[in-house]
Design a protein around this ligand. Structure first.
Ligand SMILES: Nc1ncnc2c1ncn2[C@@H]1O[C@H](COP(=O)(O)OP(=O)(O)OP(=O)(O)O)[C@@H](O)[C@H]1O
Ligand SMILES: [Mg+2]
Length: 340
């Protein structure tokens, strides 16, 4: 249960910066209603660097757009730094977007204005916020330095690589000194090595600025980059993978970490039983719970089975409890480039 990972250097505190309770988002398309978030609960602590994963359509971007003040939830509670985003007036929500949260999109081109150079791009949000010329210059220089792109500050979008553009995009997102950085698949268009440099920058910014960072990712390796990965399934948080400190001196020397995957129990006591378990044990719409010395045993009800594909019944795979972490992570988070 070990993998090589980044050292845990986060400046996490116990104070929740993000609090989502029973968050619901319904999109209305003519006659059809689409439930994108179905009562999602999530807490992100101030100073945390964490990731959100989930299959395509599970609601990741919907959540990010709500956290970024770009969209409003239909119901539930969403607090960021004590601000209730559902209740904020349009004017206050604008101010929130401008000063308290920074956004990095997957599509590198969407983050930058092509006819401005890197430095002008970083200075633009400051200009709009009324920052003085001198402060704009000083802070943009500092930010471009922090993301390691100072030597490209006069370059325009088409004179930079994808990785360089994303670094500038991070600097742009931080122009007005937000407390929260939201990155929706920031490394989706980058190769593994370049993606790693972006994660390194996130950790450095977290250390230097105490920034809280939420990253949506399809990268199967994401758990090696952050200490907590929350999986969303059908618009609800379903499981969390936490990185634990190395348990042996050998692991410590190798930079190895342990990972533990937890199933989320919501405030009403509900949990999601993964589909592969329901299939394997032939669970239908009802189960029985038995309290034992060890814990609670969930059993299928006879005659209540779901349709189970034969291949799964006769599978030679080890039972789910013993499936390797690597294969479970790959199944849960999808393989890089193939997760969508
Ligand atoms: N503006 C919209 N109008 C209507 N439906 C939407 C809108 N945005 C998203 N949806 C739907 O809501 C659901 C969740 O979408 P969302 O974009 O949050 O998924 P996602 O997890 O980000 O997926 P991906 O990994 O493909 O980016 C999907 O079924 C999607 O079709
Ligand atoms: Mg998305």
């Amino acid at each position: 249960m070990t993998q090589t990972a980044q050292p845990a250097t986060e400046r996490t505190t116990d104070e929740p910066l993000i609090l989502c309770e029973g968050l619901v988002k319904i999109y209305k398309l003519e006659e059809v209603e689409l439930l994108a978030l179905q009562g999602l609960d999530l807490i992100v602590r101030r100073g945390e660097v964490m990731a959100i994963v989930g299959q395509s359509g599970s609601g990741k971007s919907t959540l990010m757009n709500i956290l970024g003040g770009l969209d409003r939830p239909t119901a539930g509670r969403v607090l960021v730094g004590g601000r209730d985003l559902l209740q904020l007036s349009e004017r206050k929500l604008n101010a929130y977007r401008r000063h308290h949260v920074g956004f990095v999109w997957q599509q590198t081109a969407r983050n930058l204005i092509p006819y401005l150079n890197a430095q002008q791009n970083v200075e633009l949000p400051m200009l709009m916020a009324g920052t003085t010329r001198r402060e704009r210059r000083e802070w943009s220089n500092e930010l471009l330095e922090a993301v390691g792109i100072a030597h490209r500050k006069d370059h325009k979008l088409d004179q930079m690589s994808g990785g360089e553009q994303q670094r500038v995009a991070i600097a742009v997102a931080l122009a007005n000194r937000p407390e929260l950085l939201l990155a929706d698949e920031p490394t989706g268009e980058l190769d593994t090595t370049t993606a790693k440099t972006i994660f390194d920058i996130f950790h450095r910014l977290n250390e230097q600025l105490g920034l809280t960072i939420v990253i949506v990712s399809h990268d199967a390796q994401i758990a090696t980059h952050v200490a907590r990965v929350v999986a969303i399934r059908d618009g609800k948080t379903s499981s969390e993978t936490l990185r634990q400190p190395a348990q042996t001196t050998e692991d410590m020397e190798d930079g190895e970490h342990h990972y533990v995957e937890y199933t989320v129990l919501d405030p009403a006591g509900r949990l999601q039983v993964p589909e592969e378990y329901r299939d394997r044990y032939g669970m239908g719409g009802r189960v029985t719970l038995e309290a034992t010395e060890e814990g609670i045993v969930i059993r299928p009800v006879e005659g209540d089975e779901r349709h189970v594909p034969r291949a799964l019944v006769e599978s030679d795979e080890p039972p789910p409890e013993q499936a390797s972490l690597k294969s479970r992570l790959a199944r849960r988070f999808g393989r890089k480039g193939g997760g969508k």
